[in-house]
Design a protein around this ligand. Structure first.
Ligand SMILES: [Zn+2]
Length: 316
């Protein structure tokens, strides 16, 4: 058994894990991302690499919520996380003798799902990760597609509504501004302020500021019609985005992951029906399924990418 280090630096949490070649996690360390993501990432790596099981680890894959230049492993733009040092690859190399690969978190998660999760054995697939923001990953011909600079798959910043809501990237009307966890929270707060989300406001202790995307999901799953309506609205925008992706990539499978996807069919059914109504007349519609690896997908996928990169280098 070979263990590889996989790290996921997300908007709020860092997961560092020792992962074997079947995608199973053997040890893991959690940290808050806080305002110094790079420093906290290095500390999480130091902690897990000090474990006896880490002896013999040769490669590390880092998945980060950012535009990551490939192969430099540098953060070029990160609307949702503050990196105190953008050179993630160098930050690891300074302290460890490891082969390091840095990937966008959603691309790494897509690869994790392709190898060990919902997309196992599928060579043509796209993944959309709907969390605080929205990321994505593209698998074509059984390979992860990175683009010229490493930025491919940033589906969250496709413009769907010219002049629409503000997006974290600085533009307006991106898919992320319409269907992400943050967008769901904004819709819910707006309704509460207007006085049309009584159950949500009560569940938030009467304070609009306590309303979150998670709360909307909880209430929707308990049957609250307003919350279901908000998730439905996000799901329809997601469906509109998926139509463009399906028309662009002709995938066999669409995997939807990220925290918001835990809402399941409350989000996915409205997306499926938009896709069905917009494209079914012209072509067969690929299945749209939830991711299965949860918040481990990024770390597991990054570890697998790092291991295969290390093996290629040893062989060549
Ligand atoms: Zn955007």
């Amino acid at each position: 058994m070979t263990l590889t280090l996989g790290v996921d630096v997300g908007g709020t949490k860092i997961l560092a894990a020792l992962v074997d070649e079947s995608g199973t996690i053997h040890q893991q360390v959690h940290r808050d991302t806080s305002s110094a993501a790079t420093k906290n990432m290095v500390q999480a790596v130091e902690e897990i690499m000090s474990l006896p099981e880490a002896k013999g680890v040769k490669a590390a894959g880092i998945a980060a919520a950012a535009y990551i230049s490939y192969p430099e492993g540098r953060v070029e733009f990160a609307p949702n996380v503050h990196f105190d040092d953008p050179d993630l690859r160098l930050a690891i190399l300074r302290s460890f003798d490891l082969a390091v690969v840095v990937e966008n978190d959603a691309s790494a998660a897509a690869w994790g799902e392709r190898l060990f999760g919902a997309g196992r054995g599928i060579d043509e697939m796209i993944m959309v990760a709907v969390g605080t923001g929205i990321g994505g990953g593209i698998v074509i011909g059984g390979e992860l597609i990175r683009g010229a600079r490493g930025f491919a798959g940033e589906f969250g910043h496709m413009t769907l509504l010219e002049g629409g809501p503000d997006c974290a990237c600085g533009e307006r009307g991106c898919l992320e501004s319409l269907a992400s966890g943050r967008a769901i929270e904004a819709m819910a707060k707006q309704k509460a302020v207007e006085g049309s989300a009584q159950a949500l406001l009560e569940a938030a202790g009467g304070d609009v500021d306590n309303i979150s995307g998670e709360l909307v999901t909880v209430l929707a799953s308990q049957g609250d019609e307003v919350s279901k309506g908000i998730l439905g609205e996000a799901g329809r925008w997601l469906g509109i985005g998926l139509c463009s992706l399906i028309n662009s990539f002709d995938p066999e499978l669409v995997v939807v992951g990220g925290g918001v996807a835990e809402a399941g069919d409350l989000l996915l059914d409205p997306a499926r029906s938009v896709v069905e109504s917009r494209i079914a007349g012209r072509r067969s519609v690929p299945e749209i399924v939830p991711a299965t690896l949860g918040n481990e997908a990024g770390a597991v996928g990054a570890a697998a990418l790092a291991m295969s990169s290390y093996e290629r280098r040893q062989a060549g």
